[in-house]
Design a protein around this ligand. Structure first.
Ligand SMILES: [Fe+2]
Length: 207
């Protein structure tokens, strides 16, 4: 189950972080920045974020991502998935007012806490592929299958992304931006885990 901290981060801190992300960004319609870039430009804000919300913390092994999307990135936003980490902290930096505003969609407990590698890979492949995504992108199905969590800039949510299947609503206008701090990796030394991570890095992420 997720924990939500409404307006945990003040507007001035959010504004300063957005400036730092803008400076590091190429302004693409769907952009994910990853370590070491993110850990470097977010370092000046780490203490402030922790002081304002003590659920926010990261160490050298954390995988810290900033994610920025516009309506041109709607397909990528709806690539529903499980995380390869047991703890994900989401900090919203930008949000919009439209009905389709890129809110996070979750389905809690769609699988049990992963205990062994191969069953985890089977559930991952079943739920993370273009056929499943095409089905779940149908609004009638999507809106019944997922719970929409309305979060705005300054809100924080902590959840177990390894058991909570998740993705985002499309965006009809504006920009949605978040920090995602991933901790406690699953099977981090397994070859298949490293391969998936490498593929994600090549396809989705920008270093
Ligand atoms: Fe995720």
């Amino acid at each position: 189950m997720q924990s939500i901290f409404k307006q945990a981060i003040d507007a001035e801190t959010i504004r300063s972080i957005n400036e730092a992300v803008d400076a590091a960004s190429d302004g693409e319609s769907f952009e994910m920045l990853i370590p070491p870039k993110t850990t470097a430009f977010l370092a000046p804000f780490k203490t402030t974020l922790n002081q304002q919300c003590n659920a926010i913390n990261w160490d050298a092994d954390s995988f810290v991502v900033t994610r920025t999307t516009t309506e041109k990135g709607n397909r990528a936003a709806q690539c529903f998935h499980f995380d390869n980490f047991r703890k994900t902290t989401l900090i919203v930096l930008k949000s919009g007012d439209a009905a389709l505003n890129g809110d996070i969609l979750i389905r809690n407990g769609l699988r049990k806490s992963p205990k062994s590698l191969w069953p985890t890979m089977v559930t991952k492949i079943f739920w993370t592929n273009p056929v499943t995504w095409a089905f779940l992108r149908i609004p009638f199905i999507r809106d019944r299958f997922f719970t929409r969590v309305p979060l705005v800039a300054g809100d924080v949510m902590v959840f177990d992304g390894s058991t909570t299947y998740h993705g985002n609503l499309p965006l009809s206008a504006g920009v949605r931006r978040s920090i995602l701090i991933h901790e406690d990796p699953l099977f981090k030394d397994a070859f298949i885990t490293k391969l998936f991570h490498r593929l994600c890095t090549m396809i989705f992420y920008k270093t």
